[in-house]
Each structure stands twice: as C-alpha cells, then as structure tokens.
Write a protein that binds this ligand. Sequence first.
Ligand code: ADP
Ligand code: MG
Length: 217
Amino acid sequence: MSQSSLVIALTKGRILDEVLPLFERAGIVPSEDINSSRKLIFATNLENVKLMVIRGTDVPTYVQFGSADMGVVGKDLLMEYGGEEFYEPLDLKLAQCRLMTAAPVGVDLSSGAQTGSRLRIASKFVNITRRYFAEQGRQIELIKLNGALELAPSMGLADAIVDIVDSGKTLKANGLQPLDLIAEVSSRVIVNKASLKIKNSAIREILGKLKSAVDAG
Ligand code: ADP
Ligand code: MG
C-alpha cells in the first residue's frame, strides 16, 4: 500500500451499520468499536487510512473541500447537495430506498395542473423537490421540514411530501401512499478530485478492495 494517508468520511446512523461490515469484508477495520466510542475519527488496521464518522449531510462538504479524501453517503444527499465537486466511482448498493412523492390516499397531484393552482409540498430535500417539480412544469409552494414529514398532509400543512420510502409502512400508517419515483437511492462512494490525482494509487487500492467486497455480495 502506498504511504499517502487517506481520510474516509462515513455517514453515521443506519448507513454505518451496513457499511462497516462491507468495509470489514474489504479488509478495512477500525481499531476500536465506532458505535461505543465518542470519538469522531478512528485509526484502522491500515496504517494510512483513517475513518471519520459524521452526519450524512456533512459528508459531501468534507469531501468537496478535501478535508476528507473519500466519503460514503446516500445518493439522496448527493442529489440534494448538487454540483460536480467530486467523483462518484462506486455504488455500494447498501441502504437502498427510493425518493418519492407521497400524498394522502385518493389525492391526485396532477389535478389542478391545468388551472395552475399551486401544490404545497413539504420535504427536507428542498433542492431535489424544487428541481423535480420544475421539470414537471408545476409551480409549488415548498415547505422545508426536518423530520416527521408524514404528519404534514394530515395536519393541513402540505398537499404532498417528497421523502425516502423503503417498505411504505410509515406512509401507510399515516394515511399516505407513494406516487411518483424521483430516484433510486443507495449509498455511494465519493472521491475528492484533487485527492484522486495526488493520492491516486492509495485511493485506487481502497476502491478496488471495496468493489471486490460489493461484487462478492
Ligand atoms: P438522518 O437521521 O440523518 O436522516 P438516516 O439514518 O435516517 O439519517 O438516513 C441516512 C441515509 O440513509 C439517508 O440519506 C438515506 O440515504 C438512507 N436511508 C434513509 N432512510 C432509509 C430507509 N428507510 N431505508 C434505506 N436507507 C435509508
Ligand atoms: Mg432519518
């Protein structure tokens, strides 16, 4: 392994629980148990590799500015972050879910399209939502929420939401149904562009290990 030191930013929470076993199969193992530590940065069995564990929304930022050379983050957050600031060389195929519109059962989002009446859409993905409805040619009123989106329609705050859908159980429990698919989501590896040039062999080695682990299932 080349001696360039690499920092990899991982998303804490649900993705981490799926990503750490994959990293282990790839031969990248933190030197202590990440979940039972208050540290935010960890040495690994590989002398030149460190792992940072941060909020998913912060992973693209660290990688864009090169404070982390690589990152693992959900496609939803990459789409929301936007821009072309990093490479996205590998789909880890973990934490798979879908980004969808959802509305109360019986509500048809296309009604009102002709009259131009504005839909009220609640989401934490404001950039994705704005882009999606603009592509549909729909004027919307966007309401930013940070959680419990499923409550917004029944509380009269919004006509519909844009959110992550996995089994659809949470939607159903709140009288909602998924409507349109905006994007298939899974966790992706991103790489800082300058790092890839400067630390090419070290990064390629890590990507190779991860790809083998993904391909092995
Ligand atoms: P937070 O609490 O910061 O919203 P989550 O753990 O809920 O973090 O989500 C982190 C990432 O996990 C999301 O960006 C998305 O890529 C993925 N994710 C979220 N919900 C699901 C789900 N139900 N199934 C699979 N992956 C999901
Ligand atoms: Mg969440």
